[in-house]
Design a protein around this ligand. Structure first.
Ligand SMILES: C[S@@+](CC[C@H](N)C(=O)[O-])C[C@H]1O[C@@H](n2cnc3c(N)ncnc32)[C@H](O)[C@@H]1O
Length: 502
C-alpha cells in the first residue's frame, strides 16, 4: 500500500481547512465546467458536490484502486464524469488544450516527485519539452493552465519549489505570461496531515487564465506566509500573516523569473540589483567523491560524528607534507599516502580534522577511472578556500578549506583574490548571507549555482581590516579552545549587516 502510494504519490488532501480554502478560491458558479485531474479518493469532488450536487465535474485518475473508489462514490451522479487515464498524456486533454481550453474551474493536488520510469519520462519529455519532466507537479500545472478557458480559475496545492528553482524557470514564465495570479499562500508541509513529503514548504496557488499577456504582466497579486496554524487559511484577511504584493512584470524582470519573497525589500533589491555576485569574485565548485568511501575513507577517531562505520587511520600513514609533492593530483608514492579531507557538517569557520582519504597512486588512478567516483574540479584540490556544506541544518555555514581535499557534499568557494577569503568566510557565516540565500532558494540546499547568485559587496579597507583581524582571532580561538567566540562572531555579523544594510 505504501509502495503504491509512493508510485502514484497518492497523498490525499485530508485537511478540511485546506480543501475548503481551495474550493472557495474557485468562486464556483452553478454552470461551471469543472476538472479534477488527479481524483484520488475524491475529496475535492465531494466538497464541490456538497456545495452544488449538480456541479458538472470531469475527473481523471490513473490508479486502478483509486479509480474504483471514485466509481463507488460517484458513479450514480450523472453530472460527474469519471475516466481512468493519464492526465499528462491523455490525447483528449492534449487535443482540448490546443483549442484554448474547455474548463471554467480546475482544482488539484497533483502528485509531487512521483517516480517515473524511463519510457514514461521520455514520453513526457516529448509532450512537455520546455519543462522539467522529472517533477510532475509542474507538468500537471502546465496541462491544466492549457485546459482552462479564458478567465477560468485554477487552484493547485503544490510544493513551493516552482517559485525559485532553476529547473522550473519555464513553468514560471508560462504562469507569468498566460495567467493572472490571484493569490499565493505558503505554509509548512506539516500542515498537510499524515505524510512527510520531504518538501520544506507547500503552496496553494490560485490562477486565472488570461489570453491578454499585457493584463497578465500588469496583474498585481498577494503572497501570504508565516501561517502558525492551518485554520488561518479560513480568514486570511484577519490573520496576522506576512503579506507581500508583486506585479507579474516585476517578477518577469527578476533573474530566471524567480519569485524572491523576502520580508525586507532591501534583500530583494540586493539580489536584483547588485553589480557583483559571489560567482563573479569566486570560483564555486563541487568536490571529490571516491566512489566507495567505505574502502578509501578513514577516520582518526571512532567517536567522530557518523564515523563509526569507517576504519581508523594509522597516524604514521598521514602525509603532512603533501603540499610540497609535485603532481599531487596523480597520487602519492609510499606509505604516507593519507590526506585530510573536509566533509559536510555544519561547523562555522574551522572544522576539526577527522577524515582522511587514501591518496596512493593506485587509489587516485581508481578515482580517475571508476564510474561512481567523482574526480571533479581537481584544480581546486589542496587550495586555500572556503567550504559550504551543500545541506544546511538551519543556517548556511562556512569553514576554511586549509589546502585540503574537500568532498562532494561541500561547495568549495575559492575567491579569485585570495585576500578576500576571510571577508567571504565571515559573510557566508552571517545572518545577512543566510537571508539572501534563503530568498534565492528557500530550501535548505546550497548548491554551487545558488551560492554563485548571492550578491557581493566589497567592504571598505577599514572594514576589511577589522574583519580580517577578527576572523583570525576566531580561528586562533578555535585552534586553542575548540570553539568560536560568540562575541567576536556577533561583531562580524554587525559589520556585515552595516555593509549590506540588513
Ligand atoms: C496527491 S494525490 C491527490 C488526490 C486527491 N486529489 C486529493 O487531493 O486527495 C494524486 C492522485 O493522482 C493520481 N495520479 C498520479 N499520476 C496521475 C496521472 N498521470 N494521471 C492521473 N492521475 C494520476 C494518483 O493515483 C493519486 O490518486
Amino acid at each position: 500500500m505504501i509502495q503504491e502510494a509512493r508510485k502514484y504519490q497518492a497523498f490525499y488532501t485530508k485537511s478540511t481547512p485546506i480543501v475548503d480554502y481551495m474550493v472557495n478560491k474557485l468562486k464556483l458558479n452553478s454552470n461551471d465546467k469543472i476538472f479534477e485531474p488527479c481524483g484520488g479518493d475524491g475529496v475535492f469532488v465531494e466538497a464541490i458536490l456538497s456545495e452544488n450536487e449538480f456541479a458538472n465535474i470531469d475527473v481523471c485518475e490513473l490508479n486502478d484502486g483509486a479509480y474504483q473508489t471514485l466509481l463507488n462514490k460517484f458513479s450514480h451522479y450523472p453530472n460527474v464524469h469519471l475516466r481512468q487515464c493519464d492526465t499528462l498524456l491523455d490525447s483528449d486533454l492534449i487535443f482540448n488544450s490546443g483549442f484554448g481550453g474547455v474548463y471554467d474551474k480546475i482544482i488539484a493536488n497533483p502528485p509531487y516527485g512521483a517516480w517515473q520510469d524511463l519510457d514514461k519520462r521520455a514520453a513526457l519529455k516529448k509532450v512537455y519539452h520546455d519543462l522539467y519532466a522529472k517533477e510532475t507537479y509542474a507538468l500537471f500545472l502546465f496541462r491544466c493552465i492549457e485546459l482552462l478557458k479564458d478567465d477560468g480559475i485554477l487552484c493547485f496545492i503544490i510544493p513551493d519549489t516552482f517559485l525559485n528553482l532553476h529547473m522550473h524557470k519555464a513553468i514560471r514564465h508560462h504562469i507569468l505570461t498566460n495567467t493572472k495570479i490571484l493569490e499565493l499562500v505558503l505554509f509548512p508541509s506539516s500542515f498537510f496531515p499524515g505524510v512527510n513529503f520531504g518538501y520544506a514548504n507547500l503552496s496553494i496557488i490560485t490562477l486565472q487564465k488570461s489570453y491578454s499577456k499585457i493584463d497578465c504582466l500588469n496583474n498585481e497579486f498577494k503572497v501570504y506566509n508565516s501561517f502558525s496554524k492551518v485554520e488561518q487559511l479560513a480568514k486570511i484577511c484577519e490573520a496576522e500573516l506576512r503579506t507581500f504584493s508583486f506585479k507579474q512584470k516585476e517578477i518577469l524582470a527578476n533573474p530566471d523569473y524567480a519569485f524572491f519573497i523576502a520580508d525586507n525589500i532591501n534583500i530583494t533589491d540586493a539580489i536584483n540589483n547588485s553589480k557583483l555576485k559571489i560567482g563573479d569574485i569566486a570560483n564555486c565548485v563541487t568536490g571529490f567523491y571516491s566512489g566507495d568511501d567505505k574502502t578509501f575513507l578513514l577516520v582518526n577517531s571512532l567517536e567522530l560524528k557518523n564515523g563509526k562505520n569507517y576504519a581508523l587511520v594509522d597516524a604514521n600513514s598521514i602525509n603532512r607534507d603533501y603540499q610540497n609533492i609535485p603532481n599531487i593530483l596523480d597520487g602519492i608514492e609510499g606509505e604516507k599516502h593519507f590526506l585530510p579531507i573536509v566533509k559536510g557538517g555544519n561547523t562555522k569557520y574551522l572544522k576539526p580534522e577527522g577524515w582522511f582519504m587514501n591518496w596512493s597512486k593506485k587509489a587516485v588512478s581508481h578515482y580517475k577511472s571508476d564510474s561512481k567516483a567523482r574526480f571533479q574540479n581537481p584544480q581546486y584540490y589542496f587550495k586555500f578556500g572556503i567550504g559550504v556544506p551543500m545541506i544546511s541544518s538551519s543556517s548556511i555555514t562556512a569553514s576554511l578549506i586549509e589546502n585540503k581535499l574537500f568532498d562532494q557534499s561541500i561547495v568549495g568557494v575559492f575567491p579569485k583574490d585570495e585576500s578576500l577569503t576571510y571577508y567571504l568566510l565571515a559573510f557566508l557565516n552571517s545572518p545577512t548571507c543566510n537571508k539572501l540565500i534563503r530568498t534565492i532558494n528557500p530550501s535548505a540546499n546550497n548548491p554551487a549555482n545558488y551560492i554563485k547568485k548571492i550578491p557581493f559587496i566589497l567592504p571598505s579597507d577599514e572594514q576589511k581590516l577589522f574583519i580580517d583581524i577578527t576572523v583570525q582571532k576566531i580561528i586562533d580561538g578555535i585552534k586553542k579552545e575548540g570553539i568560536a567566540s560568540k562575541i567576536l562572531e556577533n561583531e562580524l555579523n554587525e559589520i556585515i549587516e552595516t555593509i549590506y544594510g540588513f
